[in-house]
Ligand binder design. Structure first.
Ligand code: TPP
Ligand code: MG
Length: 340
């Protein structure tokens, strides 16, 4: 039986049984599809000009946060970047709260003050995202240091891109986390680009994961479009960090389908080699899982239609909620300001 409500609290053991567990795989499929469909809806509605914050969509990269969050508890903390929607929703973030935030409304998860690149939701352990590349990395490390000093059973996950690997603060943070054996999971979503520039034009020919290893981190690499492979790596790494074995570095190869910032397909700009996008679209993480569960008869097409329908309803309710929500009151403008 397929649940109608998305449950983000279910944690999955990681063993081979997951590959044939129909209800678990269906739930994972639903989580992936939910992120894809909301971002597609944002892309369409962005043109209405009611959402005014810059938007970095993660279409094509959904499997990484879904595979990782499957093994996080409500007490674990997540830190994110400018491309934050998938990280937030996979951690159990509230869809209505996110859409209202994109609309700048009072009911948004940050009261309408943050927008897409400043999602925060302490209720679900989503401590924050910022547009400053690398800005949240030392925060995640500090958060893990605090857990370590206070003996709290908690891991901190920090998501960042291959471009962030060029920021000095990431290396300082890895060094510190390694020295103090902190329970941090560094997750590099390597989509091969920083805005319009390919990795090989920005970094010498050496492995990102090799540098992380030389900082003393345990390194794991995987296919960022294979949600079950990611889940398997995440399970091991998160357990190791939880058991005091120190920081873990996960590097996943993936690909962003749309432009760096905005709702358009920008393949016509030709900063990416011809057919590269198509090659990656053929490795769509959602289609891959769908093919597996349909071919193994773990789910029927009818059940998939039902999931699509549930998600569509949830998304349309979220947009209605956001557009009907009030604007933040000017009287509260000075709240939450620490300096002026
Ligand atoms: C410190 C800093 N430098 C530069 C920028 C401009 N900038 C915003 S996103 C981005 C690309 C980051 O690439 P990556 O980390 O690979 O993430 P992706 O966009 O590929 O997900 C850059 C250079 C910034 N926001 N902050
Ligand atoms: Mg990148």
């Amino acid at each position: 039986m397929i649940k109608n409500v998305v449950s983000m609290t279910t944690q999955y053991p990681c063993n081979n049984s997951l590959v044939s567990d129909g209800s678990a795989l269906t739930d994972i499929f639903r989580r992936l599809l939910r992120i894809r469909r909301i971002e597609e809806a944002i892309a369409v509605r962005y043109l209405e000009w009611n959402m005014r914050c810059p938007m970095h969509l993660s279409i094509g990269q959904e499997a990484i946060p879904v595979g990782i969050s499957m093994h996080l508890t409500d007490k674990d903390h997540v830190f994110s970047s400018h491309r934050s929607h998938g990280h937030y929703l996979a951690k159990g973030g509230d869809l209505k709260g996110m859409v209202a935030e994109l609309y700048g409304k009072e009911t948004g998860c940050c009261g309408g003050r943050g927008g897409s690149m400043h999602l925060v939701d302490l209720k679900v352990g989503f401590i924050g995202s910022t547009p400053i590349v690398g800005g949240t990395v030392p925060l995640a490390v500090g958060n893990a240091w605090s857990a370590s000093l206070k003996n709290i059973d908690r891991v901190s996950v920090i998501y960042f891109g291959d471009g962030c690997f060029e920021e000095g603060v990431l290396h300082e943070s890895m060094n510190f986390a390694s020295l103090y054996k902190l329970p941090v999971i560094f997750v590099c979503e390597n989509n091969g680009y920083s805005v319009y520039t390919q990795l090989k034009e920005r970094q010498p020919n050496r492995k990102i994961s090799g540098i992380a290893k030389s900082h003393g981190l345990s390194v794991h690499k995987g296919d960022g479009n294979d949600v079950l492979g990611i889940a398997s790596i995440a399970d091991k790494a998160i357990n190791s960090a939880r058991n005091g074995e120190g920081p873990q570095f996960l590097e996943f190869q993936t690909y962003r389908w749309l432009e760096h910032c905005g709702q358009n397909d920008d393949d016509d700009l030709e900063y990416r080699p011809r057919r590269e996008l198509l090659t990656w679209k053929n490795k769509c993480p959602i289609e891959r899982l769908k093919t597996h569960i349909v071919e193994q008869c773990l789910v029927t097409e009818q059940q998939i239609d039902l999931i699509e329908h549930d998600i569509k309803t949830e998304i349309s309710n979220a947009f209605e909620f956001a557009s009907n929500s009030p604007e933040p009151s000017p009287a509260q403008m000075r709240n939450h300001i620490y300096a002026s």
